[in-house]
Design a protein around this ligand. Structure first.
Ligand SMILES: [Zn+2]
Length: 380
């Protein structure tokens, strides 16, 4: 079961949510804004859990009452869901209800799922997901009835950015919902939501998971510790991305030491060893290479900050922070700029399906030459 106390990276928010519930002053409309693979849907569900529980504790939901048992299976009759769907064969506009069984299974299996994961689950192929006008009419009709079992009633809308202009039909409902009705929206792209909707809800930004939190979530799923650590580093706070990396390949390398080895070989300009490094990196698979290079960019940005900002506090866990501080002493600003530029360019090339081995080797050699040049400039 999802508890509001399970989100250490968003503690201030979840404390506030608990207070609101305890004091019975939940707003009509809430919008949680976050990034892919963060805890926004999980927090929204934990919040719904606490609202619907009939035997609340200090923590929120009790976890044992009949309401909690239904909410954990996502079958509480006063918890309504709305999410993007695709047209089935019939000509009627599709509604979320058509896909409710698939939705429950998908969310219970992975509360960090992306829109793309969801569309694959319902075999959307190339179809776009939508929240339709018919869905909006159904929502208004459903919420005009009395709650079934609970004193409260919730509409949880996942990704309202896919409502489009039909969202206008919900304005009155969002502004003045029936008594004890709460509308919770969860978005990744608020800029695509109608301003008229945004102005009627309380917007809360969800903080992304730290690497440690991602690691903990992976450990709880039975992932082996060193792989969990590597995937957490590479994911940049996106649990879903971390899971995909683990599915793509066995993560037997440690991204931080892999980066360190790479830099050492570039500085020493050892071509045969660089070729070996390139081979082993290329064998990680495209998604892992992209994730590794994105991780490198994070280290490079932090290194740059250490060089430029006095007493800068590195935003990485201890071992990596130590490495970044040492690395910043060993390189010059111009090298870091070259490095950032080259890594960024390589990510673009890998995305465009260039041959990973060739691109990585070419980049390493350019980098090695840049290091050598700056050494010569220094000694002259
Ligand atoms: Zn309960």
């Amino acid at each position: 079961m999802l508890q509001l106390s399970q989100f250490p990276d968003n503690e201030r928010l979840t404390d506030r949510l608990r207070d609101e519930i305890r004091e019975d002053r939940m707003p009509h409309g809430k919008l949680f804004h976050g990034r892919p693979g963060d805890g926004k849907l999980a927090i929204a569900l934990a919040y719904a859990h606490a609202i619907l529980c009939t035997n609340r504790t200090e923590d929120g939901a009790c976890g044992t009452c009949p309401a909690c048992s239904k909410t954990s299976k996502l079958i509480h009759p006063d918890l309504h869901f709305s999410f993007p769907v695709i047209t089935k064969k019939s000509s009627d506009q599709p509604v979320s209800e058509d896909y409710l069984a698939e939705w429950r299974e998908a969310v219970l299996g992975n509360v960090h799922l992306s829109l793309n994961d969801w569309l694959m689950t319902i075999n959307a192929e190339n179809k776009q997901g939508n929240i339709t006008a018919r869905e909006c009419r159904q929502i208004i009709q459903k919420l005009s009835l009395k709650p079934y079992e609970s004193q409260h009633r919730i509409l949880l809308m996942w990704l309202p950015e896919h409502l489009g202009a039909v969202g206008n039909s919900l304005l009155k409902l969002i502004e003045e919902p029936p008594d004890n009705t709460h509308i919770i929206m969860v978005t990744e792209q608020p800029e695509r939501i109608l301003a008229t909707i945004l102005s009627r809800v309380q917007i809360t930004v969800i903080r992304p998971y730290t690497d440690d939190s991602v690691k903990q979530i992976l450990l709880n799923q039975g992932i082996e510790p060193s792989a969990a650590q590597s995937a957490a580093y590479l994911s940049g706070g996106d649990v879903n991305a971390a899971m995909k990396l683990l599915n793509e390949a066995e993560l037997t390398f440690n991204p931080m030491s892999h980066f360190r080895d790479w830099m050492r070989l570039c500085v020493q300009y050892k071509v045969p060893e660089l070729m070996q490094w390139t081979d082993s990196t290329a064998s990680l698979g495209r998604e892992n290479i992209k994730a590794f290079l994105t991780y490198c960019l994070r280290l490079i940005r932090e290194t740059m900050a250490v060089k430029l900002v006095e007493n800068y506090e590195v935003r990485l866990e201890t071992e990596t922070a130590e490495f970044v501080r040492n690395f910043s002493r060993a390189v010059q600003i111009s090298n870091i700029e070259t490095l950032y530029f080259l890594v960024n360019k390589t990510i673009g090339e890998i995305e465009r399906n260039a041959n990973a081995k060739m691109v990585l080797l070419d980049q390493s050699l350019q980098l090695g030459r840049a290091f050598a040049e700056s050494r010569r400039a220094k000694t002259n």
